[in-house]
Design a binder for this molecule. Sequence first.
Ligand SMILES: [Zn+2]
Ligand SMILES: [Zn+2]
Length: 338
Amino acid sequence: MAHRSVEVPRFRGNGLIEFDHHDYRQPEEGELLLAVGANAICGTDRHEFFQGSPIVPGHEAAGVVVEVGGGTSTPLGTRGAVYLMDYCGTCRSCRLGATNQCLAKRADVGQTSDGGYGPFLLTHESNFFPVDDETTLPEATMLLDVMGTSGHAIARAVRMREDIESVYIAGAGPIGLGLLVMTKIIVGDDLPIAVADVSPWRKEFAETFGVTVFDARDEVGIAKFAPDVAFDSSGRGAARQLALSALSKRGSLICVGHGETLTIDVSGDLIAPERSVIGSEYFRYDEMAENLQRLQQNRDLIRRVITHLVPVSEIQRGFELFFAGETGKVVVTQEVAS
Ligand SMILES: [Zn+2]
Ligand SMILES: [Zn+2]
């Protein structure tokens, strides 16, 4: 089939999105062409929204296979989500399954190659993850940053600390909400979970999930909670510092949100209480299968993280809504092209 010439949203910078022509080429060896049905807005899209982008952004995409390149085995019509990192599959990290630490990444979909706010998306078959027919495309996007990034961070926490009896989450934005629901699913629904933020809307929304909510500046309250595991999704130095100091003995701080720094008193913070501080970046492709099962078993809980569905024709409004800060996940949807 010939290339497809369509309208795509172009991120001009200064918070302006306009539609313009774009040609999608045919899929080459090992590639699939998807018709996109959903792409969730992410905090890291802030850069593209305000600074502009030469490519079509969107890295939390789900769609339907409409054309296939040579050497692929995915049937036309297969629905699924697109893993952000176009990993090589052969380097030392990839051979171990650590695709999020690929040493020869070909691209980051929606960041360095065209992503999911356009009607089509070219992806290597290796970073396409098929889903079942029960899972809608907006739900499939939850397998990415919301469930994937959080699930990986929790898996890292579990390796550091086997007896997790309380969890603290700094930041109640989309990743913080992901950590909240995935902690309930993976670690336990009856576990004491506390979430902190400064935004009144986010605090109120987090409260509806039945967890303890702190103002992020409530040093006394958070210190008293003394969690076994703390996640920082806020990226703020003060939040990381407070989370580290609040940890129980043998506690672990997992930094998930990129951003500011952290000062560590090696003797007092690490050696004496045997605490650990580790980072967690995105997730491994091979974690998606288990997360799909978790989605199938906890669909209602996961779906609550999505507060808004916005058609792509109103993508400008979707972004303004999301960056106004009073939403959970905002998912941009479109009719799947044939
Ligand atoms: Zn994201
Ligand atoms: Zn690799």
